[in-house]
Design a protein around this ligand. Structure first.
Ligand code: GDP
Ligand code: GDP
Length: 557
Protein backbone atom coordinates (compact mmCIF):
# COMPACT_ATOMS: atom_id res chain seq x y z
CA UNK A 1 0.00 0.00 0.00
CA UNK A 2 1.00 3.54 -0.20
CA UNK A 3 0.49 6.78 1.55
CA UNK A 4 -2.34 6.52 3.97
CA UNK A 5 -4.28 9.71 4.16
CA UNK A 6 -2.74 12.24 6.40
CA UNK A 7 0.26 10.21 7.51
CA UNK A 8 3.68 11.61 6.81
CA UNK A 9 6.09 9.43 4.87
CA UNK A 10 9.64 8.56 5.81
CA UNK A 11 11.61 7.02 2.96
CA UNK A 12 14.66 4.81 3.42
CA UNK A 13 17.12 5.11 0.56
CA UNK A 14 20.50 3.55 -0.07
CA UNK A 15 22.41 1.13 -2.23
CA UNK A 16 21.80 -2.64 -1.86
CA UNK A 17 23.07 -4.37 1.27
CA UNK A 18 23.57 -1.33 3.42
CA UNK A 19 20.79 -2.63 5.66
CA UNK A 20 17.71 -0.72 4.51
CA UNK A 21 15.30 -3.57 5.02
CA UNK A 22 16.89 -4.44 8.35
CA UNK A 23 16.28 -0.87 9.46
CA UNK A 24 12.78 -0.89 8.00
CA UNK A 25 11.93 -4.03 9.89
CA UNK A 26 13.36 -2.70 13.09
CA UNK A 27 11.26 0.40 12.78
CA UNK A 28 7.97 -1.11 11.70
CA UNK A 29 8.21 -4.38 13.58
CA UNK A 30 8.18 -8.08 13.21
CA UNK A 31 5.17 -8.65 11.10
CA UNK A 32 6.37 -6.51 8.29
CA UNK A 33 9.61 -8.48 8.44
CA UNK A 34 7.73 -11.57 7.40
CA UNK A 35 6.32 -9.74 4.43
CA UNK A 36 9.71 -8.64 3.44
CA UNK A 37 11.05 -12.19 3.34
CA UNK A 38 8.16 -13.43 1.36
CA UNK A 39 7.71 -10.64 -1.06
CA UNK A 40 11.04 -9.24 -2.02
CA UNK A 41 9.63 -8.48 -5.41
CA UNK A 42 6.22 -7.22 -4.38
CA UNK A 43 6.98 -3.59 -4.54
CA UNK A 44 3.92 -2.44 -2.71
CA UNK A 45 4.56 -4.30 0.44
CA UNK A 46 7.50 -2.27 1.46
CA UNK A 47 5.40 0.25 3.24
CA UNK A 48 4.87 -0.04 6.96
CA UNK A 49 3.42 2.06 9.64
CA UNK A 50 4.81 2.91 13.04
CA UNK A 51 4.63 5.44 15.78
CA UNK A 52 7.28 7.08 17.87
CA UNK A 53 7.02 9.84 20.45
CA UNK A 54 3.28 9.98 19.84
CA UNK A 55 3.76 10.60 16.14
CA UNK A 56 2.57 8.12 13.58
CA UNK A 57 4.14 7.81 10.16
CA UNK A 58 4.60 5.55 7.18
CA UNK A 59 7.97 4.11 6.42
CA UNK A 60 8.87 3.06 2.91
CA UNK A 61 11.84 0.89 1.98
CA UNK A 62 12.65 2.20 -1.46
CA UNK A 63 14.94 -0.78 -1.99
CA UNK A 64 11.85 -2.65 -3.05
CA UNK A 65 10.89 0.01 -5.53
CA UNK A 66 13.67 -0.75 -7.92
CA UNK A 67 12.59 0.01 -11.40
CA UNK A 68 14.86 -2.12 -13.47
CA UNK A 69 17.06 -4.56 -11.60
CA UNK A 70 19.31 -4.96 -14.61
CA UNK A 71 20.40 -1.32 -14.35
CA UNK A 72 23.70 -0.69 -12.67
CA UNK A 73 23.46 -0.13 -8.94
CA UNK A 74 24.19 3.57 -9.26
CA UNK A 75 21.23 4.10 -11.55
CA UNK A 76 18.92 2.06 -9.37
CA UNK A 77 19.85 3.96 -6.25
CA UNK A 78 19.34 7.23 -8.06
CA UNK A 79 15.86 6.08 -9.04
CA UNK A 80 15.07 5.24 -5.45
CA UNK A 81 16.32 8.62 -4.40
CA UNK A 82 14.00 10.28 -6.91
CA UNK A 83 11.05 8.30 -5.60
CA UNK A 84 11.98 9.33 -2.08
CA UNK A 85 12.18 12.97 -3.09
CA UNK A 86 8.80 12.66 -4.75
CA UNK A 87 6.88 11.25 -1.88
CA UNK A 88 8.78 11.57 1.38
CA UNK A 89 8.50 14.11 4.13
CA UNK A 90 11.76 12.90 5.62
CA UNK A 91 14.47 10.89 3.87
CA UNK A 92 16.77 8.50 5.68
CA UNK A 93 19.83 7.97 3.53
CA UNK A 94 21.47 4.73 4.64
CA UNK A 95 25.17 4.15 4.06
CA UNK A 96 27.35 1.67 5.87
CA UNK A 97 30.54 1.73 7.86
CA UNK A 98 32.05 -1.60 6.80
CA UNK A 99 32.55 -0.97 3.12
CA UNK A 100 32.66 2.79 3.50
CA UNK A 101 31.78 5.42 0.96
CA UNK A 102 31.15 4.07 -2.55
CA UNK A 103 30.36 5.62 -5.93
CA UNK A 104 26.74 4.49 -5.60
CA UNK A 105 26.50 6.43 -2.34
CA UNK A 106 27.92 9.47 -4.08
CA UNK A 107 25.41 9.18 -6.92
CA UNK A 108 22.50 8.90 -4.53
CA UNK A 109 23.78 11.85 -2.51
CA UNK A 110 23.95 13.87 -5.70
CA UNK A 111 20.22 13.37 -6.23
CA UNK A 112 19.27 13.72 -2.57
CA UNK A 113 20.91 17.11 -2.22
CA UNK A 114 18.07 18.46 -4.33
CA UNK A 115 15.44 17.21 -1.93
CA UNK A 116 13.42 19.80 -0.13
CA UNK A 117 12.61 17.24 2.56
CA UNK A 118 15.21 16.89 5.33
CA UNK A 119 17.77 14.14 4.70
CA UNK A 120 19.19 12.18 7.66
CA UNK A 121 22.34 10.23 6.88
CA UNK A 122 22.32 6.97 8.84
CA UNK A 123 25.66 5.19 8.94
CA UNK A 124 24.61 1.60 9.46
CA UNK A 125 26.73 -1.29 10.68
CA UNK A 126 28.34 1.02 13.21
CA UNK A 127 28.35 -2.05 15.41
CA UNK A 128 30.94 -0.77 17.87
CA UNK A 129 32.80 2.36 18.87
CA UNK A 130 35.64 1.77 16.47
CA UNK A 131 33.30 1.49 13.49
CA UNK A 132 31.47 4.53 14.70
CA UNK A 133 34.70 6.49 14.40
CA UNK A 134 35.36 5.12 10.95
CA UNK A 135 31.93 6.34 9.98
CA UNK A 136 33.34 9.86 10.04
CA UNK A 137 34.28 9.57 6.38
CA UNK A 138 30.62 10.07 5.46
CA UNK A 139 30.83 13.72 6.36
CA UNK A 140 32.38 13.95 2.92
CA UNK A 141 28.88 13.57 1.51
CA UNK A 142 28.20 17.09 2.62
CA UNK A 143 25.59 16.71 5.32
CA UNK A 144 26.68 18.14 8.57
CA UNK A 145 25.18 15.44 10.71
CA UNK A 146 25.39 11.69 10.40
CA UNK A 147 23.74 9.17 12.67
CA UNK A 148 25.70 6.02 13.46
CA UNK A 149 23.38 3.05 13.84
CA UNK A 150 23.49 -0.72 13.86
CA UNK A 151 20.07 -1.66 12.57
CA UNK A 152 20.64 -5.31 13.27
CA UNK A 153 21.14 -4.73 17.01
CA UNK A 154 19.03 -1.62 17.35
CA UNK A 155 22.01 0.48 18.37
CA UNK A 156 21.38 4.17 17.70
CA UNK A 157 17.97 3.50 16.13
CA UNK A 158 16.03 5.18 18.95
CA UNK A 159 18.11 8.32 18.55
CA UNK A 160 17.58 8.24 14.81
CA UNK A 161 13.82 7.91 15.34
CA UNK A 162 13.89 10.91 17.67
CA UNK A 163 15.50 12.92 14.90
CA UNK A 164 13.05 11.63 12.31
CA UNK A 165 10.10 12.73 14.42
CA UNK A 166 11.66 16.17 14.97
CA UNK A 167 12.11 16.53 11.24
CA UNK A 168 8.51 15.62 10.34
CA UNK A 169 6.17 18.38 9.18
CA UNK A 170 3.60 19.60 11.73
CA UNK A 171 0.65 17.32 12.36
CA UNK A 172 -2.03 17.59 9.70
CA UNK A 173 -5.73 17.93 10.36
CA UNK A 174 -6.24 14.30 9.46
CA UNK A 175 -3.62 13.23 11.99
CA UNK A 176 -5.20 15.35 14.70
CA UNK A 177 -8.63 13.95 13.84
CA UNK A 178 -7.24 10.46 14.11
CA UNK A 179 -5.84 11.17 17.56
CA UNK A 180 -9.15 12.60 18.60
CA UNK A 181 -10.92 9.45 17.45
CA UNK A 182 -8.58 7.29 19.42
CA UNK A 183 -9.03 9.39 22.52
CA UNK A 184 -12.76 8.87 22.04
CA UNK A 185 -12.29 5.13 21.81
CA UNK A 186 -10.21 5.19 24.98
CA UNK A 187 -12.80 7.24 26.80
CA UNK A 188 -15.44 4.81 25.65
CA UNK A 189 -13.51 1.83 26.94
CA UNK A 190 -13.06 3.56 30.28
CA UNK A 191 -16.79 4.16 30.46
CA UNK A 192 -17.47 0.53 29.74
CA UNK A 193 -14.93 -0.51 32.32
CA UNK A 194 -16.47 1.70 34.95
CA UNK A 195 -19.91 0.30 34.15
CA UNK A 196 -21.14 3.74 33.23
CA UNK A 197 -22.96 2.52 30.16
CA UNK A 198 -26.11 0.48 30.04
CA UNK A 199 -25.96 -2.99 28.70
CA UNK A 200 -26.35 -2.48 25.01
CA UNK A 201 -26.74 -5.98 23.78
CA UNK A 202 -29.91 -7.70 24.80
CA UNK A 203 -31.25 -11.11 24.04
CA UNK A 204 -29.55 -13.75 22.02
CA UNK A 205 -30.86 -16.45 19.83
CA UNK A 206 -28.02 -18.70 18.85
CA UNK A 207 -28.76 -21.53 16.53
CA UNK A 208 -26.63 -24.57 15.81
CA UNK A 209 -24.80 -22.70 13.11
CA UNK A 210 -23.48 -19.98 15.33
CA UNK A 211 -23.37 -21.81 18.65
CA UNK A 212 -19.97 -21.88 20.23
CA UNK A 213 -18.64 -18.97 18.30
CA UNK A 214 -17.31 -16.38 20.63
CA UNK A 215 -17.87 -12.72 20.11
CA UNK A 216 -20.89 -10.58 20.52
CA UNK A 217 -23.09 -13.58 20.99
CA UNK A 218 -21.30 -14.42 24.20
CA UNK A 219 -22.28 -11.13 25.75
CA UNK A 220 -25.06 -12.15 28.01
CA UNK A 221 -27.16 -9.14 28.68
CA UNK A 222 -30.01 -11.01 30.31
CA UNK A 223 -30.86 -10.39 33.92
CA UNK A 224 -29.75 -7.46 35.99
CA UNK A 225 -26.07 -8.25 35.91
CA UNK A 226 -24.59 -6.91 32.72
CA UNK A 227 -21.71 -9.10 31.63
CA UNK A 228 -19.29 -6.37 30.74
CA UNK A 229 -16.03 -8.23 31.13
CA UNK A 230 -15.86 -9.41 27.57
CA UNK A 231 -17.06 -6.14 26.19
CA UNK A 232 -14.43 -4.29 28.16
CA UNK A 233 -11.57 -6.37 26.88
CA UNK A 234 -12.95 -6.15 23.43
CA UNK A 235 -13.12 -2.41 23.44
CA UNK A 236 -9.73 -2.04 25.05
CA UNK A 237 -8.32 -4.32 22.38
CA UNK A 238 -9.94 -2.06 19.91
CA UNK A 239 -7.64 0.84 20.46
CA UNK A 240 -4.53 -1.10 21.34
CA UNK A 241 -4.57 -3.53 18.48
CA UNK A 242 -5.78 -1.30 15.76
CA UNK A 243 -2.46 -0.18 14.53
CA UNK A 244 -0.81 -3.53 14.92
CA UNK A 245 -3.65 -4.94 12.93
CA UNK A 246 -3.07 -2.45 10.19
CA UNK A 247 0.46 -3.58 9.76
CA UNK A 248 -0.71 -7.18 9.91
CA UNK A 249 -3.20 -6.55 7.16
CA UNK A 250 -0.37 -5.48 4.93
CA UNK A 251 1.44 -8.69 5.66
CA UNK A 252 -1.39 -10.97 4.75
CA UNK A 253 -1.01 -12.62 1.43
CA UNK A 254 -3.01 -12.15 -1.67
CA UNK A 255 -6.52 -13.17 -0.62
CA UNK A 256 -8.96 -10.30 -0.64
CA UNK A 257 -9.89 -9.40 2.92
CA UNK A 258 -13.42 -8.07 3.13
CA UNK A 259 -15.26 -6.58 6.09
CA UNK A 260 -19.01 -6.18 6.44
CA UNK A 261 -19.62 -3.05 8.39
CA UNK A 262 -22.52 -0.89 9.40
CA UNK A 263 -24.87 0.10 12.14
CA UNK A 264 -26.58 -2.44 14.37
CA UNK A 265 -29.50 -4.26 12.74
CA UNK A 266 -28.71 -3.36 9.15
CA UNK A 267 -28.39 -7.07 8.41
CA UNK A 268 -24.70 -7.88 8.62
CA UNK A 269 -25.19 -11.25 10.24
CA UNK A 270 -28.10 -12.05 7.95
CA UNK A 271 -25.90 -11.34 4.93
CA UNK A 272 -23.11 -13.47 6.31
CA UNK A 273 -25.50 -16.33 6.90
CA UNK A 274 -27.02 -15.97 3.47
CA UNK A 275 -23.58 -16.22 1.91
CA UNK A 276 -22.48 -19.15 4.03
CA UNK A 277 -25.66 -21.01 3.21
CA UNK A 278 -24.86 -20.98 -0.47
CA UNK A 279 -23.36 -24.39 -1.09
CA UNK A 280 -19.73 -23.66 -0.55
CA UNK A 281 -17.42 -26.53 0.07
CA UNK A 282 -15.02 -25.30 2.67
CA UNK A 283 -15.52 -22.63 5.17
CA UNK A 284 -12.93 -22.28 7.83
CA UNK A 285 -12.67 -19.96 10.74
CA UNK A 286 -9.30 -18.54 11.56
CA UNK A 287 -8.40 -16.45 14.55
CA UNK A 288 -8.10 -12.77 13.78
CA UNK A 289 -5.60 -10.51 15.38
CA UNK A 290 -7.56 -9.71 18.50
CA UNK A 291 -8.57 -12.10 21.19
CA UNK A 292 -12.14 -12.46 20.12
CA UNK A 293 -11.86 -11.80 16.42
CA UNK A 294 -12.65 -14.67 14.10
CA UNK A 295 -12.19 -14.40 10.37
CA UNK A 296 -13.95 -16.69 7.97
CA UNK A 297 -12.32 -18.00 4.84
CA UNK A 298 -14.39 -19.03 1.90
CA UNK A 299 -13.35 -20.37 -1.47
CA UNK A 300 -13.64 -17.99 -4.38
CA UNK A 301 -12.71 -19.23 -7.81
CA UNK A 302 -9.10 -20.21 -7.69
CA UNK A 303 -8.47 -18.22 -4.56
CA UNK A 304 -10.32 -17.49 -1.37
CA UNK A 305 -11.89 -14.59 0.38
CA UNK A 306 -11.25 -13.70 3.98
CA UNK A 307 -14.21 -12.19 5.76
CA UNK A 308 -12.89 -10.07 8.58
CA UNK A 309 -14.14 -10.26 12.16
CA UNK A 310 -17.08 -12.51 11.57
CA UNK A 311 -17.22 -13.30 15.29
CA UNK A 312 -18.65 -9.86 15.70
CA UNK A 313 -21.45 -10.63 13.30
CA UNK A 314 -21.89 -14.38 13.67
CA UNK A 315 -24.82 -14.17 15.88
CA UNK A 316 -28.44 -13.76 15.39
CA UNK A 317 -30.76 -11.77 17.45
CA UNK A 318 -31.94 -8.46 18.51
CA UNK A 319 -29.43 -5.80 19.32
CA UNK A 320 -30.45 -2.90 21.48
CA UNK A 321 -30.52 0.37 19.62
CA UNK A 322 -29.39 3.66 21.05
CA UNK A 323 -26.18 5.65 21.02
CA UNK A 324 -24.09 3.14 23.01
CA UNK A 325 -24.88 0.32 20.60
CA UNK A 326 -24.17 2.57 17.64
CA UNK A 327 -20.86 3.60 19.10
CA UNK A 328 -19.93 0.04 19.83
CA UNK A 329 -20.67 -1.12 16.31
CA UNK A 330 -18.82 1.88 14.93
CA UNK A 331 -15.70 1.05 16.90
CA UNK A 332 -15.98 -2.54 15.84
CA UNK A 333 -16.36 -1.43 12.24
CA UNK A 334 -13.26 0.76 12.52
CA UNK A 335 -11.22 -2.16 13.65
CA UNK A 336 -12.50 -4.43 10.92
CA UNK A 337 -11.95 -1.76 8.26
CA UNK A 338 -8.37 -1.22 9.30
CA UNK A 339 -7.69 -4.90 8.69
CA UNK A 340 -9.61 -5.18 5.44
CA UNK A 341 -8.83 -4.44 1.81
CA UNK A 342 -12.43 -3.70 1.01
CA UNK A 343 -15.31 -2.71 3.29
CA UNK A 344 -18.88 -3.55 2.40
CA UNK A 345 -20.97 -0.90 4.08
CA UNK A 346 -24.47 -2.15 4.70
CA UNK A 347 -27.16 0.44 4.91
CA UNK A 348 -30.80 -0.10 5.68
CA UNK A 349 -32.90 0.32 2.55
CA UNK A 350 -35.85 1.51 4.57
CA UNK A 351 -34.00 3.96 6.83
CA UNK A 352 -31.68 5.26 4.12
CA UNK A 353 -28.20 6.62 4.65
CA UNK A 354 -27.76 7.94 8.18
CA UNK A 355 -25.09 10.22 9.63
CA UNK A 356 -23.55 7.19 11.30
CA UNK A 357 -23.29 5.37 7.95
CA UNK A 358 -21.54 8.39 6.46
CA UNK A 359 -19.18 8.50 9.42
CA UNK A 360 -18.14 4.89 8.89
CA UNK A 361 -17.80 5.45 5.14
CA UNK A 362 -15.60 8.46 5.81
CA UNK A 363 -13.28 6.29 7.82
CA UNK A 364 -13.05 3.78 4.96
CA UNK A 365 -12.02 6.57 2.61
CA UNK A 366 -9.51 7.97 5.05
CA UNK A 367 -7.93 4.57 5.47
CA UNK A 368 -7.68 4.14 1.74
CA UNK A 369 -9.73 0.95 1.73
CA UNK A 370 -12.06 -0.12 -1.04
CA UNK A 371 -15.77 0.46 -0.54
CA UNK A 372 -18.98 -1.19 -1.70
CA UNK A 373 -22.29 0.19 -0.49
CA UNK A 374 -24.91 -2.53 -0.11
CA UNK A 375 -28.46 -1.30 0.40
CA UNK A 376 -30.04 -4.14 2.34
CA UNK A 377 -33.66 -5.05 3.08
CA UNK A 378 -34.56 -4.16 -0.49
CA UNK A 379 -37.43 -6.63 -0.17
CA UNK A 380 -38.95 -4.36 2.45
CA UNK A 381 -38.78 -1.20 0.35
CA UNK A 382 -42.34 -0.53 -0.68
CA UNK A 383 -43.80 0.53 -3.99
CA UNK A 384 -40.66 0.00 -5.97
CA UNK A 385 -40.67 1.03 -9.59
CA UNK A 386 -38.08 0.72 -12.31
CA UNK A 387 -36.41 3.92 -11.16
CA UNK A 388 -36.48 3.43 -7.39
CA UNK A 389 -32.97 2.12 -7.25
CA UNK A 390 -31.56 4.89 -9.44
CA UNK A 391 -33.27 7.48 -7.30
CA UNK A 392 -31.86 5.85 -4.23
CA UNK A 393 -28.34 5.92 -5.63
CA UNK A 394 -28.74 9.53 -6.70
CA UNK A 395 -29.86 10.39 -3.22
CA UNK A 396 -26.82 8.68 -1.66
CA UNK A 397 -24.53 10.55 -4.05
CA UNK A 398 -26.21 13.75 -3.03
CA UNK A 399 -26.00 13.07 0.69
CA UNK A 400 -22.43 11.84 0.61
CA UNK A 401 -20.68 13.12 -2.51
CA UNK A 402 -17.34 11.88 -1.21
CA UNK A 403 -18.61 8.33 -1.81
CA UNK A 404 -19.29 8.78 -5.48
CA UNK A 405 -16.52 6.36 -6.43
CA UNK A 406 -18.19 3.44 -4.62
CA UNK A 407 -20.51 1.02 -6.37
CA UNK A 408 -23.95 0.68 -4.84
CA UNK A 409 -25.96 -2.53 -4.94
CA UNK A 410 -29.41 -3.27 -3.55
CA UNK A 411 -29.75 -6.61 -1.86
CA UNK A 412 -31.92 -8.66 0.40
CA UNK A 413 -30.14 -10.82 2.91
CA UNK A 414 -33.52 -12.25 3.73
CA UNK A 415 -34.42 -13.53 0.27
CA UNK A 416 -30.85 -13.91 -0.94
CA UNK A 417 -31.38 -11.44 -3.77
CA UNK A 418 -28.03 -10.35 -5.24
CA UNK A 419 -26.05 -11.38 -2.16
CA UNK A 420 -23.41 -13.04 -4.34
CA UNK A 421 -23.12 -9.82 -6.29
CA UNK A 422 -21.82 -8.15 -3.14
CA UNK A 423 -18.79 -10.43 -3.08
CA UNK A 424 -18.23 -10.10 -6.81
CA UNK A 425 -18.19 -6.33 -6.51
CA UNK A 426 -15.90 -6.45 -3.49
CA UNK A 427 -13.42 -8.59 -5.38
CA UNK A 428 -13.60 -6.26 -8.39
CA UNK A 429 -12.90 -3.33 -6.12
CA UNK A 430 -10.03 -5.23 -4.55
CA UNK A 431 -8.45 -5.63 -7.97
CA UNK A 432 -9.05 -1.99 -8.89
CA UNK A 433 -7.38 -0.92 -5.68
CA UNK A 434 -4.23 -2.68 -6.78
CA UNK A 435 -4.26 -1.42 -10.32
CA UNK A 436 -1.07 0.07 -11.65
CA UNK A 437 -0.98 2.51 -14.56
CA UNK A 438 2.07 2.76 -16.76
CA UNK A 439 3.90 6.05 -16.56
CA UNK A 440 3.47 6.57 -20.29
CA UNK A 441 -0.31 6.15 -20.28
CA UNK A 442 -0.59 8.25 -17.17
CA UNK A 443 1.34 11.14 -18.64
CA UNK A 444 -0.58 11.04 -21.89
CA UNK A 445 -3.73 11.44 -19.86
CA UNK A 446 -2.37 14.16 -17.60
CA UNK A 447 -0.88 16.07 -20.53
CA UNK A 448 -4.19 15.91 -22.30
CA UNK A 449 -6.15 16.94 -19.21
CA UNK A 450 -3.83 19.87 -18.54
CA UNK A 451 -4.03 21.00 -22.15
CA UNK A 452 -7.80 20.94 -22.05
CA UNK A 453 -7.99 22.80 -18.80
CA UNK A 454 -5.06 24.41 -17.11
CA UNK A 455 -4.91 24.75 -13.35
CA UNK A 456 -6.69 27.87 -12.13
CA UNK A 457 -4.70 30.76 -10.71
CA UNK A 458 -4.47 30.78 -6.96
CA UNK A 459 -3.31 34.03 -5.36
CA UNK A 460 -1.81 35.21 -8.58
CA UNK A 461 0.08 31.99 -9.27
CA UNK A 462 -0.77 29.44 -11.86
CA UNK A 463 0.62 25.99 -11.10
CA UNK A 464 2.11 24.07 -13.99
CA UNK A 465 2.12 20.29 -14.14
CA UNK A 466 5.23 18.65 -15.50
CA UNK A 467 5.02 14.98 -14.92
CA UNK A 468 3.12 12.34 -12.99
CA UNK A 469 3.98 8.91 -11.73
CA UNK A 470 2.17 6.24 -9.76
CA UNK A 471 4.12 5.59 -6.60
CA UNK A 472 1.89 3.00 -5.03
CA UNK A 473 -1.21 0.84 -5.09
CA UNK A 474 -3.81 -0.10 -2.50
CA UNK A 475 -4.85 2.66 -2.73
CA UNK A 476 -3.49 3.88 -6.05
CA UNK A 477 -1.27 6.85 -5.26
CA UNK A 478 0.04 9.35 -7.76
CA UNK A 479 2.66 12.00 -7.45
CA UNK A 480 2.35 15.04 -9.68
CA UNK A 481 5.44 17.14 -10.13
CA UNK A 482 4.50 20.72 -10.61
CA UNK A 483 5.63 24.28 -10.40
CA UNK A 484 3.80 25.98 -7.52
CA UNK A 485 2.55 22.61 -6.40
CA UNK A 486 1.19 24.20 -3.25
CA UNK A 487 -1.22 26.29 -5.30
CA UNK A 488 -3.08 23.45 -6.98
CA UNK A 489 -6.68 24.16 -6.14
CA UNK A 490 -8.96 21.54 -4.64
CA UNK A 491 -11.28 21.76 -7.64
CA UNK A 492 -8.39 20.96 -9.94
CA UNK A 493 -7.46 17.92 -7.90
CA UNK A 494 -11.04 16.82 -8.30
CA UNK A 495 -10.81 17.40 -12.02
CA UNK A 496 -7.66 15.30 -12.34
CA UNK A 497 -9.12 12.59 -10.14
CA UNK A 498 -12.22 12.47 -12.32
CA UNK A 499 -10.14 12.26 -15.46
CA UNK A 500 -8.12 9.40 -13.98
CA UNK A 501 -11.29 7.58 -13.07
CA UNK A 502 -12.87 8.14 -16.47
CA UNK A 503 -9.83 6.75 -18.18
CA UNK A 504 -8.70 3.98 -15.85
CA UNK A 505 -11.69 3.06 -13.71
CA UNK A 506 -10.56 2.57 -10.13
CA UNK A 507 -14.09 1.56 -9.25
CA UNK A 508 -14.67 1.57 -5.52
CA UNK A 509 -11.20 2.58 -4.47
CA UNK A 510 -10.06 5.90 -3.11
CA UNK A 511 -7.12 7.29 -5.04
CA UNK A 512 -4.52 9.64 -3.70
CA UNK A 513 -3.01 12.57 -5.54
CA UNK A 514 0.13 14.11 -4.13
CA UNK A 515 1.50 17.33 -5.58
CA UNK A 516 5.19 17.96 -5.28
CA UNK A 517 7.30 20.86 -6.26
CA UNK A 518 9.44 19.76 -9.16
CA UNK A 519 12.83 19.06 -7.71
CA UNK A 520 15.10 21.86 -8.79
CA UNK A 521 18.81 21.48 -9.05
CA UNK A 522 20.42 23.22 -6.14
CA UNK A 523 24.00 23.55 -5.10
CA UNK A 524 24.94 21.09 -2.39
CA UNK A 525 24.65 22.71 0.99
CA UNK A 526 28.36 22.87 1.29
CA UNK A 527 31.02 21.76 -1.14
CA UNK A 528 32.63 19.36 1.20
CA UNK A 529 33.01 16.46 -1.11
CA UNK A 530 36.74 16.87 -1.60
CA UNK A 531 37.62 17.20 2.05
CA UNK A 532 36.97 14.10 4.08
CA UNK A 533 37.47 15.99 7.29
CA UNK A 534 34.78 15.28 9.87
CA UNK A 535 32.64 18.15 11.00
CA UNK A 536 32.30 18.66 14.71
CA UNK A 537 29.07 17.30 16.14
CA UNK A 538 28.27 20.62 17.73
CA UNK A 539 28.16 22.45 14.45
CA UNK A 540 24.82 23.45 13.03
CA UNK A 541 22.78 20.25 12.78
CA UNK A 542 21.00 19.38 9.59
CA UNK A 543 17.65 19.62 11.32
CA UNK A 544 16.24 21.20 14.45
CA UNK A 545 18.43 20.52 17.48
CA UNK A 546 17.05 18.49 20.29
CA UNK A 547 16.04 20.17 23.49
CA UNK A 548 17.45 17.64 25.94
CA UNK A 549 16.76 14.02 25.46
CA UNK A 550 14.31 13.52 28.32
CA UNK A 551 13.57 10.18 29.93
CA UNK A 552 14.40 6.98 28.14
CA UNK A 553 12.19 6.40 25.13
CA UNK A 554 10.60 3.16 24.24
CA UNK A 555 13.44 0.84 23.37
CA UNK A 556 13.90 0.22 19.69
CA UNK A 557 12.39 -3.06 18.76
P1 GDP B 1 19.30 -3.78 1.98
O1 GDP B 1 19.67 -4.46 0.71
O2 GDP B 1 19.84 -2.38 2.06
O3 GDP B 1 17.83 -3.83 2.29
O4 GDP B 1 20.10 -4.56 3.15
P2 GDP B 1 19.61 -5.69 4.17
O5 GDP B 1 18.75 -5.10 5.24
O6 GDP B 1 19.08 -6.83 3.40
O7 GDP B 1 20.99 -6.04 4.85
C1 GDP B 1 22.12 -6.47 4.13
C2 GDP B 1 23.03 -7.26 5.03
O8 GDP B 1 23.59 -6.42 6.05
C3 GDP B 1 22.33 -8.38 5.76
O9 GDP B 1 23.17 -9.50 5.76
C4 GDP B 1 22.15 -7.84 7.17
O10 GDP B 1 22.12 -8.85 8.12
C5 GDP B 1 23.39 -6.98 7.32
N1 GDP B 1 23.18 -5.92 8.31
C6 GDP B 1 22.10 -5.11 8.43
N2 GDP B 1 22.28 -4.26 9.47
C7 GDP B 1 23.48 -4.52 10.00
C8 GDP B 1 24.22 -3.98 11.12
O11 GDP B 1 23.79 -3.08 11.83
N3 GDP B 1 25.46 -4.50 11.35
C9 GDP B 1 25.97 -5.50 10.59
N4 GDP B 1 27.19 -5.94 10.90
N5 GDP B 1 25.30 -6.05 9.57
C10 GDP B 1 24.08 -5.58 9.27
P1 GDP C 1 -26.82 -6.91 12.18
O1 GDP C 1 -26.99 -6.33 13.55
O2 GDP C 1 -26.33 -5.85 11.23
O3 GDP C 1 -26.00 -8.13 12.12
O4 GDP C 1 -28.29 -7.25 11.67
P2 GDP C 1 -29.05 -8.66 11.61
O5 GDP C 1 -28.53 -9.49 10.51
O6 GDP C 1 -29.07 -9.25 12.97
O7 GDP C 1 -30.49 -8.17 11.18
C1 GDP C 1 -31.27 -7.30 11.98
C2 GDP C 1 -32.76 -7.50 11.67
O8 GDP C 1 -33.02 -7.16 10.29
C3 GDP C 1 -33.19 -8.95 11.82
O9 GDP C 1 -34.47 -8.94 12.40
C4 GDP C 1 -33.22 -9.48 10.40
O10 GDP C 1 -34.15 -10.50 10.23
C5 GDP C 1 -33.63 -8.25 9.62
N1 GDP C 1 -33.13 -8.32 8.25
C6 GDP C 1 -31.83 -8.54 7.87
N2 GDP C 1 -31.73 -8.54 6.52
C7 GDP C 1 -32.97 -8.30 6.03
C8 GDP C 1 -33.52 -8.18 4.70
O11 GDP C 1 -32.84 -8.28 3.68
N3 GDP C 1 -34.84 -7.91 4.60
C9 GDP C 1 -35.64 -7.78 5.70
N4 GDP C 1 -36.91 -7.53 5.50
N5 GDP C 1 -35.16 -7.89 6.95
C10 GDP C 1 -33.86 -8.16 7.13
Amino acid sequence: MAARAGLPIVAIVGRPNVGKSTLFNRIVGERAAIVEDRARTTRDRLYGETDWNARRFMVVDTGGLEVDPSDPIEARVQDQARIAIAEADVIVFVVEAISGLTPADQEAAEVLRRASAPVLVAVNKSDNDRRELEAAEFYALGWEHTYPIAAIHGRGVADLLDEIVLALPPESEAELARKQREAEADAFSRDVEAGRLEAYVVGEDEDEETAGVSGLGSLDGSGDEPAFDEATEDVVDEAAKRWDAMIASESEDESPAIAFVGRPNVGKSSLLNALLKQDRMIVSDVPGTTRDAIDTTLPWGRTEIVLIDTAGIKRRGRVAGGPAAERYSTLRSFRAISRADVAVLLVDGVDGLTAQDAHIAGFVVEEGRGLVVAVNKWDAVEEKTGSTFDQYVEWIRHEAPFLDFAPVVSISAKTGQRVERVLELAVDVWAERRRRISTGALNRLVGDAAARQEPPMVKGRRPKLFYATQVGVAPPTFVFFARDAGSVHFSYRRYLENRLREEFGFLGTPIRLIFRERATVREPRRARRATARPTKRESRPAIAPKKGRGPAKRAAR
